[in-house]
Design a protein around this ligand. Structure first.
Ligand SMILES: [Fe+2]
Length: 301
C-alpha cells in the first residue's frame, strides 16, 4: 500500500501532526488524551466469541498505543435479560485484559429500552457508560481528535421487522427521528461521521430481498437512508464510516460539496469486520484491496 492509496480522509488531516488540546473556540473539547491509532469494528450482534477474539487482537493491532480504543459502528449487542448482561460482562472483562475501551454508536439490533435509560445519565464527557470500559455515543455526540471533529450518528432500520416483536427483539427507537435529524444538522460541520446506516447517496447493489422483508420496511429503510443523507449534506463530513450492510468497502463519493471518503465494514465472523485506523492521518492499516473484496450481500443486518 502506498502512502497515497492509504490516505482515507484528506481534508483537515493533511498536517498529520498530533494536536492535543488544539480545539478552536466553539469546537467540541478533546478527550483528556487523544489516541493516535484506533481499531474500528462493527456489527458484532452480541457474538461473544467473535467480540472477544477481536478484542484480544487489539494489543497487537495497536502496539505502542497507550490509549487502546475500539470504535464500534453499531449492532454491538445491547440485548435484554441475562444473555445480554453476560455478553456485556465478558466483553468488559476482555477489554480489561487487553487494556482497551470500546465506544459504540447504536445500530438497529439493540435493546433501546435499556439504552435509553442509560443515556439519561451520561458522564461529564457526554459518553454513556454501559459496563466498565464500554461506552455508548448517543446520536449527535461530537468530540475532537487532533483537530478533527467526529460525530456519532447511530440508528438504522431492521428490514426483518415483520418477524420481530416490539420490546422483545425490536424497538422503534432504531430510527433516527426528525427531531434528532434537526438537532444534529443544526450542530454544523463535522469532519468525520460514524454511523450504523449507510447514507442514500452511496449507491449499492443488493440481492433480491427475502420474502419475510415487508414492503413497508423496505420503504422505511430507504427513507432512513435518505434522512441520514440529509444529515450528511448538512454536516458535510469529509469522511463517513458505517456498518449495517455487512460489506467491507471503501469509496470516494460526491454529495455535491466535495469528495467524501466512505468506508463500510463486514459483519462478525469475517476478517474484514475490523481494521486499524490512524486518526492523525486518517490512514487505514488495510489497503484498498482489503476493503473492496466484498461479496454481494443482503441489504442490511
Ligand atoms: Fe444493522
Amino acid at each position: 500500500m502506498t502512502a497515497e492509496s492509504g490516505r482515507w480522509c484528506a481534508p483537515g488531516a493533511e498536517s498529520g501532526e498530533d494536536q492535543p488540546g488544539g480545539a478552536e473556540p466553539g469546537e467540541p473539547p478533546p478527550p483528556p488524551s487523544s489516541p493516535h491509532r484506533i481499531v474500528v469494528a462493527g456489527d458484532w450482534h452480541g457474538n461473544e466469541e467473535w467480540a472477544v477474539s477481536v478484542i484480544r487482537r487489539v494489543p497487537h493491532l495497536l502496539a505502542g498505543e497507550s490509549q487502546r480504543l475500539i470504535l464500534h459502528l453499531g449492532d454491538f449487542g445491547i440485548w435484554p435479560d441475562k444473555p445480554g448482561q453476560v455478553y456485556l460482562d465478558r466483553v468488559s472483562a476482555a477489554l480489561a485484559g487487553a487494556g482497551a475501551e470500546l465506544w459504540f454508536v447504536d445500530g438497529n439490533h439493540e435493546d433501546f429500552s435499556r439504552l435509553s435509560k442509560l443515556d439519561a445519565s451520561p458522564g461529564p464527557d457526554g459518553r454513556v457508560t454501559v459496563v466498565p470500559r464500554v461506552r455508548h455515543l448517543p446520536r449527535g455526540y461530537r468530540w475532537n481528535w487532533h483537530g478533527l471533529t467526529w460525530l456519532a450518528c447511530g440508528g438504522a432500520v431492521s428490514l426483518d421487522r415483520a418477524v420481530r416483536t416490539e420490546g422483545v427483539d425490536w424497538w422503534p427507537e432504531e430510527e433516527i427521528t426528525a427531531g434528532q435529524e434537526a438537532a444534529i444538522s443544526a450542530g454544523g460541520h463535522a469532519d468525520v461521521m460514524i454511523c450504523h446506516d449507510c447514507p442514500s447517496g452511496v449507491a449499492h447493489t443488493f440481492a433480491r430481498p427475502p420474502p419475510e422483508w415487508a414492503a413497508e420496511d423496505l420503504a422505511r429503510n430507504d427513507a432512513h437512508r435518505r434522512r441520514l443523507q440529509r444529515i450528511v449534506d448538512a454536516v458535510m463530513p469529509a469522511c463517513v464510516m458505517h456498518g449495517h450492510l455487512h460489506r467491507a468497502y471503501r469509496r470516494t463519493c460526491d454529495f455535491g460539496y466535495g469528495p467524501v471518503k466512505v468506508a463500510g465494514l463486514d459483519t462478525d465472523n469475517r476478517l474484514r469486520n475490523f481494521a486499524a485506523l490512524d486518526v492523525t492521518t486518517m490512514r487505514w492499516d488495510a489497503g484498498e484491496g482489503w476493503f473492496s473484496r466484498f461479496r454481494r450481500g443482503s441489504a442490511a443486518g
